[in-house]
Write a protein that binds this ligand. Structure first.
Ligand SMILES: Cc1ncc(C[n+]2csc(CCOP(=O)(O)OP(=O)(O)O)c2C)c(N)n1
Ligand SMILES: [Mg+2]
Length: 477
């Protein structure tokens, strides 16, 4: 393993990989847990994560099993001082109730120290936000533990920035990378900013007096207005003001900082839900109008992503590619709780389908049963056509929606925008649906918007890979 790294400003030096102890005393018994811990230590790892409640959700367990196993393992290690153990308090599980009151935290640390056989927990987390306890009480209790030497550094997990928006009545706009972090149906959600975004988000951005930028950046694709006063919060100091000078840079955890701001006196502003609803009404009417667009040259992107919005399971993982198809997805697809995967800063075409294969493997491992979808263009998928045979070989449940406009549509558009003639962007494609069938997958071609619902629903019903090839109009994006 590479050498140790500083963990933020905590003063802790940790291995780049942290070993999750959630399974100790659950799917890994004590012997298996020791074997994993030994192998991790032998490889140079020193960072071990657990929580007081692990694994209290198992019948017969009461919580504390994981800490106790780690404690017994540490007791047998002469080099025990080199390990950085992180544990947590505050989530409900087994015999432990939820909560981050002072009493809970004091009782929590005593139990954890005892089970771990330590005098001091190097890193102690609030496991999840406790809205019922004032943040000041929780922070003061953690502060006491640090001053008394019982805890090295404190951390926070599962704090939710959306609560700040709810406290302020302020709209939430996301960058494209953040699509889906707040469901579009939330009364304060304004959708995605920028070229792949909604007019709802642009309007709200234009009207804003102040931007609170949480963990987002100001790069070309993000669409965050550089001329608005902005508070930027990030836990990475290098991210603050990196692309753009900001009015107030704040180094801190996003969720905790958001909660502090929400609790600041006088924070609540005018509730803007009505503005958000008005703008969505205008945008949804426009989207409905675009559904009718038909120039006889293929299905419109508005129709494709309206259908996908109707059918994509609430908790699906959707891997998208790079191209006009991706911008259209950002603009038209309305997110529920789906997770969206994309190539960083929309860098590499061809990402969509292989990413879906990776997501499928991850979903097998986590046992969540989530459906995996891929959205690509013909150009992007054309680069990785043969991967479909791998997906068939491993029986991967991936539903792939392919927008076939017979060209590198994004490049055609860029050439036109630069006032050049469109040059060398048309593609010679195989009939993708038939190609899928030849590979042993399920495939159907859609040429009429009215067939979208049937095709997507049928594809989602398949086991193994399925491909809906939609002949799409390159200009109705
Ligand atoms: C590896 C790589 N090569 C080239 C590009 C430039 N590029 C961005 S989008 C695109 C065309 C995408 O075409 P297609 O997949 O058919 O999507 P469409 O724009 O037609 O929806 C290209 C060539 C890139 N981003 N990455
Ligand atoms: Mg294309």
């Amino acid at each position: 393993m590479q050498r140790l790294r500083a963990l933020g400003a905590s003063g802790l030096q940790v291995s780049p990989l942290c070993l999750g102890g959630n399974v100790f005393g659950w799917s890994a018994d004590e012997d298996a847990s020791f074997a994993v811990l030994d192998a991790f230590a032998d490889a140079g790892g020193n960072f071990i994560d657990t929580a007081n409640i692990y694994s209290g959700w198992i019948p017969g367990n009461q919580g504390g099993e994981s800490e106790a196993i780690i404690g017994r393992w540490l007791a047998g290690r002469p080099d025990r001082d080199r390990f950085v153990v992180a544990t947590k308090v505050g989530m409900a599980g087994g015999r432990f109730p939820k909560g981050l009151t002072r009493d809970h935290i004091r009782a929590g640390i005593d139990g954890s120290l005892e089970r771990l056989g330590l005098d001091r927990v190097p890193l102690y987390f609030a496991h999840e936000d406790d809205p019922a306890t004032p943040l000041a009480e929780t922070m003061a209790a953690f502060d006491e533990l640090v001053r008394e030497g019982l805890v090295g550094a404190v951390g926070a997990s599962n704090y939710d920035a959306v609560r700040l928006a709810e406290a302020l009545g302020a709209p939430v706009l996301t960058t494209f990378k953040g699509k889906g972090l707040i469901p579009d149906a939330h009364p304060l959600a304004g959708g995605v900013l920028g070229r792949s975004g909604t007019p709802v988000a642009s309007w709200l951005m234009n009207e804003a007096d102040l931007l609170v930028v949480l963990g987002a950046s100001f790069a070309d694709h993000t669409g965050i207005s550089p001329y608005k006063p902005a508070i930027q919060v990030d836990r990475n100091p290098l991210a603050l003001g990196r692309f753009q000078a900001v009015t107030v840079p704040v180094l801190g955890d996003i969720g905790v900082t958001a909660r502090l701001l929400a609790e600041a006196p006088g924070a609540a502003g005018d509730d803007q839900r009505a503005d958000v609803a008005d703008r969505w009404a205008i945008w949804r009417a426009e989207k409905a109008r675009r559904l009718a667009d038909d120039r006889g040259r293929g299905v419109s992107s508005a129709a494709i992503f309206a259908a996908l919005t109707r059918h994509a399971p609430e908790d699906a993982v959707i891997a998208v590619d790079v191209g006009n198809n991706t911008y259209s997805f950002g603009r038209y697809f309305e997110c529920g709780r789906q997770t969206i995967l994309m190539s960083g800063y929309l860098g590499s075409i061809g990402f969509g389908f292989p990413a879906a294969m990776g997501a499928w493997a991850a979903v097998q491992a986590d046992g969540s049963g989530r459906r995996v979808l891929a959205v690509t263009g013909d150009g992007g998928f054309g680069q990785y056509l043969a991967e479909l045979t791998t997906a068939v070989r491993h029986d991967m449940d991936i539903t792939h929606v392919l927008l076939n406009n017979s060209q590198l549509g994004k490049i055609s558009k860029e050439q036109r925008a630069g006032r050049w003639d469109v040059w060398q962007t048309t593609l010679h494609n195989p009939p993708f649906a038939e190609y899928a069938q030849l590979c042993g997958a399920w495939g159907r071609r859609v040429t009429d918007a009215r067939d979208l619902d049937d095709a997507i629903a049928a594809a989602l019903d398949q086991r193994g890979p399925s491909l809906v090839e939609v002949i799409s109009d390159p200009d109705l994006v």
